[in-house]
Design a protein around this ligand. Structure first.
Ligand code: ATP
Ligand code: MG
Length: 235
């Protein structure tokens, strides 16, 4: 991987791009576009975890602590950017990890499973034997031991249509999405509007310290995030 110069003011951002390019055999090209959209929204947040996001992280910690069968659904971008952070969260929360892709091919599933194995996680995904109702063929596939039987699903960087299908299945859905206006952000039960690699360690820490948050209203949270962005723009 071509490392960006350490003294570059946008080192972290350049490194994230390099990681995605490096993993280009398993990250769909569409994932690069999604990353760019995320970067644009992160500028509006000042590339920091805002207070409303922190309350969503605490609500997500509560949901994962209380869950009997939590699953973390990961795609190419998530594995390329945050495999270690996902491994730590899985260990602390006891959640299974399932590789689940919008642009599913057996090669990409196998490649991403291998990348999770390198950080000590035996991810589900290769033997998809179940379906998410309401979605067409390849997009519907999932594992009965994983998403199929989960009560709580954490799906970072998810497509809106699939997020809605998981909600319709009766799952409690937590997402991480820098765009508070996306269908995913609007449809999930708990939306963490924050950058993936920035919020995952916080989520793990809250679970470890058993610091949850009971009263949480996602609509209110999204509106607070939008107000925060608007105030930053107008000042
Ligand atoms: P919809 O939810 O309406 O389908 P979309 O088409 O924008 O929205 P996708 O491209 O499927 O959704 O999902 C990617 C989402 O993830 C985008 O909203 C993008 O802002 C967000 N995103 C991309 N990279 C990151 C990141 N590193 N951290 C957090 N969010 C990110
Ligand atoms: Mg989305």
């Amino acid at each position: 991987m071509a490392l960006p110069p350490k003294d570059h003011p946008r080192y972290k951002s350049l490194l994230a791009r390099e990681k995605l390019v490096e993993a280009s055999d398993v990250v769909a090209k569409q994932g690069l576009i999604a990353h760019g959209r995320g970067e644009a929204f992160d500028y509006l947040l000042g590339e920091q975890t805002c207070l409303p996001a922190l309350s969503a992280i605490k609500a997500a910690a509560s949901a994962l602590i209380e869950s009997k069968n939590p699953v973390i659904s990961v795609n190419g971008n998530v594995v390329a950017l945050a495999s270690r952070e996902i491994a730590r969260l899985s260990e602390i929360s006891g959640a299974k990890v399932e590789v689940n892709l919008f642009h599913r091919t057996p090669e990409r599933i196998a490649g991403l499973t291998k990348m999770m194995k390198k950080v000590g996680v035996n991810a589900l995904g290769e033997d998809a034997d179940d379906k998410i109702p309401g979605l067409s063929s390849e997009r519907a596939k999932c594992c009965s031991d994983g998403i199929g039987s989960a009560d709580v699903v954490l799906v970072p960087l998810e497509d809106g249509d699939r997020c809605e299908a998981l909600v319709n299945m009766g799952k409690k859905v937590i997402t991480i999405d820098l765009n508070p206006l996306s269908r995913t952000a609007q449809t999930a039960h708990i939306t963490i509007v924050d950058e993936l690699t920035r919020c995952l360690p916080l989520l793990s820490d809250f679970i470890k310290e058993k610091k949850g948050f009971d009263s949480f209203d996602n609509k209110q949270c999204l509106s607070d995030v939008l107000n925060y962005m608007a105030e930053r723009i107008s000042s």
